[in-house]
Design a protein around this ligand. Structure first.
Ligand code: ADP
Length: 321
């Protein structure tokens, strides 16, 4: 039985929208609007959705760089949103983030040594020599040459910078890393390398990932459990098999249908399927979203598989299974 590392309960992040002469709050962007997630130790949990669905905001709220409007983040049995400073500091050490765009997330004026050492300095008191050894070790772990420590971020390729971002994220021996589109800006061949060494590091150090991506191919390669996000909520949650072999929500089907097929003999058939799913998505909004266009609450379809549907639809589904 796998052990839970973090539980996200009814998480909401709403951004105020101001307008008019008095610059008053007139509305809210419900970027994250009540989501629940449980991530187990050492697993990769995939979070998929189109741009604007709320994935990044979820990730940022979990690592604490975005303010939580409501809900709880339970880590080691305690709600971090209400934790003392000391507990919060421990949490900040245990939960790290890797960003998509390493060019803007790595300080361009700092040498690699300082970039990687920064999180260590926040949490540990090492001598200069100990610190340098640790940085060298981290560079070695991510497959970078030792002399990289004297260089600046712009002296590296995108793939190498992502490796440096990973070295920085693992510097504090974290238990969970939120990886927000870590390979989306990279060429396909480099993407595969970075994904593989992320997996390797995960196994070696028993790190859990919340792996955020719009790319279902990448998520399939990386994740055991998957959540599909749409309009600030989750539309479907399940194991990799549930999602890829038995998708239920029209939004999930639409994302899957959008994956290009390389096999020529099935291409026509796939195109027809994609068009049919797209037509269903466009025409059947009433069935899949409530009268305000919001995603329904999740309903249990099987012990591992949850779908956002009106209860009546799920009852039909269970009968037909
Ligand atoms: P994703 O990562 O899935 O692309 P985001 O979490 O970045 O989605 O954004 C979700 C929604 O929240 C979008 O509509 C976006 O415009 C909005 N949003 C994100 N950050 C802010 C912010 N700081 N202020 C206002 N709205 C924001």
């Amino acid at each position: 039985m796998s052990k839970e590392i973090i539980q996200i309960r009814d998480l909401k992040v709403h951004y105020p929208v101001r307008s008019g002469f008095w610059n008053r709050i007139t509305d809210y962007v419900r970027a994250v609007d009540g989501i629940n997630l449980t991530i187990n130790e050492g697993e990769t949990y995939g979070l998929i959705g189109e741009s604007g669905s709320g994935k990044s905001t979820t990730g940022k709220a979990i690592v604490g760089v975005e303010k939580v409007t409501a809900g709880s983040i339970i880590y080691k049995g305690k709600d971090i949103t209400k934790a003392s400073n000391r507990r919060r500091l421990n949490y900040n050490k245990d939960v790290q983030m890797i960003f998509q765009d390493s060019m803007s997330s790595l300080n361009p004026r700092k040498r690699i040594e300082d970039i990687i050492a920064e999180p260590i300095r926040n949490f540990e008191n090492l001598t200069t020599d100990q610190e340098r050894d640790r940085v060298q070790e981290l560079l070695d772990i991510v497959g970078m040459p030792g002399d990289a420590i004297y260089k600046f971020p712009h002296e590296f390729s995108g793939g190498q910078r992502q490796r440096i971002g990973v070295a920085r994220a693992v510097a504090t021996n974290p238990k969970l890393i939120v990886a927000d589109e870590p390979t989306s800006a990279l060429d396909l061949s480099v993407q595969a390398q970075v994904l593989n060494f992320m997996k390797h590091i995960q196994q070696q150090y028993d790190i859990a990932y919340l792996f955020i991506s719009h790319d279902l191919g990448v998520i399939r390669h990386m994740s055991e459990n998957i959540a599909i996000m749409n309009r600030g909520r989750l539309v479907e949650v399940g194991t990799k098999q549930d999602i890829y072999n038995n998708p239920v929500h029209i939004y999930t089907k639409r994302l899957l249908a959008a994956i290009p097929r390389v096999d020529v003999e099935h291409r026509e058939e796939h195109k027809k399927h994609r068009l049919a799913v797209e037509a269903e998505y466009q025409n059947d909004q009433k069935k899949w979203y409530d009268k305000d266009g919001r995603v329904f609450p999740l309903q249990k379809v099987s012990p591992t598989h949850y779908v956002a549907e009106p209860a009546s639809e799920v009852a039909n589904l269970k009968e037909s299974n």
